[in-house]
Write a new protein. Structure first.
Length: 229
């Protein structure tokens, strides 16, 4: 089990590539960040007094590879806390991160014909694996990634790096404005009975896709979801 630590951190850079989507890079002001691919963190905006309870925070998937020195997340503005982040986070600001949490990729799973399904920013935990050297151990993995339109696909550079690490990676983009929504039936029909399915994205999408796969006879141990929210 990973040991959770609190890290005082500085906002190194903020990018706002499209309306309502923000990418934030954090630099540790103490020891080096320690985590595994597929894990997530808690971000607190308020001062953290060790003698008091942990302040209001929210979970975010870690997008960067554990091999990187800094941590990167990408979030969409939904709800009070992310609206507050959009208003308050500035380059140079100090925050507190608590990590790591989760075991998405450390669970036993089949690394042959593995299926990764992502809706929107749900792709971020996969990128922490795809840009890590350990991704080379997967044989013929396939990613299905759905976005509102091409402007929301902000991850082409990371996916190009992923293809250099694992030349067998197949990537299928689905753009809602042109192709409609991700179709779990089509994904299932192109998969294998012993494939492991990773699902990350809006909670309703995760619920519906998991239910469909279970109804097709896919074992629950073959379905891994990033649904810590």
């Amino acid at each position: 089990m990973s040991i959770v630590n609190k890290y005082p951190a500085k906002v190194l850079k903020i990018q706002d590539p499209v309306d309502g989507i923000h990418s934030v890079e954090f630099e540790s002001l103490d020891k080096r960040f320690k985590y595994e691919s597929g894990q997530f963190l808690h971000l607190a905006l308020d001062d953290c007094d060790p003698s008091e309870n942990w302040p209001e925070s929210r979970c975010f998937s870690i997008q960067s590879s554990p091999e990187e020195e800094n941590i990167r997340i990408t979030y969409s503005v939904k709800g009070l806390f992310t609206n507050r982040m959009q208003e308050e986070l500035k380059s140079g600001m100090q925050v507190v991160l608590k990590l790591p949490y989760g075991d998405l990729f450390s669970q036993d799973h089949n690394k042959i014909n593995t299926v990764f399904i992502a809706g929107g920013t749900g792709i971020t935990p996969y990128l922490s694996l795809f840009t890590n050297a350990s991704f080379n151990f997967y044989l013929k993995p396939v990613l299905y990634a759905g976005f509102r339109n091409e402007n929301y696909n902000l991850y082409l550079n990371e996916l190009e790096l992923a293809k250099k690490i694992n030349k067998g990676l197949e990537v299928q983009f689905v753009y809602e404005n042109k192709d409609g929504l991700l179709d779990i039936e089509k994904i299932y029909l192109k998969s294998y009975k012993d494939s492991t399915f990773f699902i990350s994205g809006p909670l309703e999408m995760i619920r519906l896709f998991k239910s469909y796969l279970l109804n097709q006879g896919i074992s629950s141990v073959q379905i891994k979801t990033d649904d810590w929210e």
